[in-house]
Design a protein around this ligand. Structure first.
Ligand code: NDP
Length: 493
């Protein structure tokens, strides 16, 4: 029987100290202001109410800056600015010119990548190696990709005469703040729309820095307006009568509320909501690679990922050795300072999110699942949660049904492919799935039967701007990325 006892990296018995020395990323090139206003019509302005809120570093609880809180009056001004920019400038700007602006934004993001990566990590808690190697390159790639389409819309939709929609209201979450802004802005601008963007309350700083990049790129005033604020700001924005299109990424609950608000309005809507993805491992899978894929699937970005592989479905015959290997691997994950280049799991984004994770984990224990967490020291301040795996999980448990949005994996087993499909589809969500097997035919068969918008085979959490992303069922509708992502921002009638 496989050894179930996890080992730490330092106890491999080689007589060496394998502990990593601290490798903190420098922060001296990042300038965080004490106070940030709203970007409306190309100017940084104060909100009508004069109100603001604080954004904190979740790894230290230190206040980083005060940020303006936009109210209804500001929303109205921003939508008016976007409308004026659309009517007078952007709708008359050729596709080739729009492409130039998008290329410029992409280049500036690349040039300032280190500054953005550090700011993203300070404001949101994600490990620097992820913001540096994933968020930033992908954000720039989205602008590059859609820049390429801006002057080729007639080829993207042959014979259809695509037209922009007008003003787009875009509300984004806190798990990939800059990347979600890029996912939303790039196709909207490429297609000729103007935008009012609302970043999440806990992670506004990179969207505000992006506002400076738009100025640096000399994007005409009002083409993109940025309103910081809380849920009420987002609600006022999506309900504004003069927006033609709403794009939202966030919780299913808020997505449903937005759907109710927009019902009958004729506004176009795309929703990218939660998920409870199954990562399915068959007995013929390469087990070590699968373990890496499972770790990447759930512990990447602290599990704050809508498409996270939060349910591991493992074939019963290999469950025991696979879980033993997984636990050994978990014991080597480095949890702590997100600015350290060796950190694998950073800080939980906010106190509220930590409370939600703790509540769901407590429910898992109360319902009878078995919890394992590797021993690791957590910093004294800040919001932290150890990488966690639950075994002995029944499908009815809340930890098997609800999105935890944290570093928590629920393990279930199956015997046959049919049972795997049945269990994988047994959730209200349908955003992503993973299949690990040696058999190509099985991958194709499962891909047809899994109700998920994205299915990874022998890998997980891979993203590319050319590839559409979106969900089934309560994971939302509409697609972002690729040609599909452009479709959401054009009128083809
Ligand atoms: P929300 O859905 O509340 O946040 C997403 C964005 O919507 C934020 O910008 C938020 O603003 C804004 N918002 C909040 N209420 C409204 C509203 N009524 N109308 C319009 N916009 C609104 O997610 P939470 O941050 O509350 O997270 C709760 C749970 O949602 C998480 O635990 C996780 O399970 C899930 N989630 C899923 C995401 C995904 O990508 N699938 C992303 C984020 C969360 P503000 O930040 O100010 O609240």
């Amino acid at each position: 029987m496989a050894d179930q006892t996890p080992v730490s990296a330092a106890s491999l018995g080689l007589g060496l100290d394998l502990a990593y020395a601290p490798a903190p990323e420098a922060t001296d090139h990042v300038r965080i202001r004490e106070h940030y206003g709203l970007l409306i019509g190309g100017k940084w302005v104060e909100p009508a109410s004069g109100k603001g809120f604080k954004t904190v570093n979740p790894a230290t609880e230190v206040v980083l800056a005060e940020v303006a809180e936009a109210g209804e009056e500001d929303v109205d001004l921003a939508v008016k600015a976007a409308r004026a920019a659309y009517d007078k400038v952007w709708s008359k700007t050729s596709g080739a010119q729009r492409a130039k602006y998008l290329f410029r934004i992409a280049r500036i993001l690349q040039e300032r990548a280190r500054e953005f990566a550090v700011l993203e990590t300070i404001d949101g808690g994600k490990p620097i190696k992820e913001s540096r190697d994933v968020d930033l390159p992908l954000a720039a790639a989205h602008f590059f990709y859609y820049a390429g389409w801006a002057d080729k819309l007639d080829y993207a939709f042959p014979g259809r005469q695509p037209q922009p929609l007008g003003v787009a209201a875009q509300v984004i979450p806190w798990n990939f703040p800059l990347l979600m802004a890029a996912w939303k802005l790039a196709p909207a601008l490429a297609a000729g729309n103007t935008v009012v963007l609302k970043p999440a309350e806990t992670t506004p700083l990179t969207a505000l820095l992006l506002g400076e990049v738009l100025e640096q790129a000399e994007l005409p005033p009002g083409v993109v307006n940025i309103l910081t604020g809380a849920g009420a700001t987002g609600a006022a924005l999506v309900a504004h009568p003069d927006v033609e299109k709403v794009a939202f990424t966030g919780s299913t609950e808020v997505g449903k509320a937005i759907q109710r608000t927009l019902a009958g309005s004729g506004k176009r809507l795309t929703l990218e909501l939660g998920g409870k993805a199954a990562n399915i491992v068959f007995d013929d899978a390469p087990i070590d690679q699968a373990v890496e894929g499972i770790v990447n699937g759930i512990y990447f970005n602290q599990g704050h990922v809508c498409c996270a592989g939060s349910r591991l479905l493992v074939q019963e015959s290999i469950a025991e050795p696979l879980i033993a290997k997984l636990k050994r691997r978990m014991a080597t994950l480095r949890v702590g300072d997100p600015l350290d280049k060796n950190t694998d799991v950073g800080a939980i984004n906010s106190r509220q999110q930590l409370a939600r994770i703790e509540e769901l984990v407590a429910s898992g224990e109360a319902e009878g699942a078995e919890l394992y967490q590797p021993p690791c020291d957590l910093p004294a301040r800040g919001f932290w949660f150890r990488p966690t795996v639950f075994t002995g999980v029944a499908q009815s448990y809340r930890i098997a049904q609800e999105e935890i949005f944290g570093p928590v994996l629920s393990v279930l087993t199956f015997r046959t492919p049919a049972e795997a499909v049945e269990k994988a589809n047994n959730t209200p969500y349908g955003l992503s799935a993973g299949v690990w097997t040696d058999k190509g035919s099985r991958i194709l068969d499962l891909a047809n039967r899994l109700r998920a918008g994205v299915i990874w085979a022998n890998t997980f959490n891979r993203f590319d701007p050319t590839s559409p992303f979106g969900g089934y069922k309560e994971s939302g509708f509409g697609r972002e990325g690729g040609l599909h992502g452009l479709t959401a921002y054009v009128d083809l009638s």
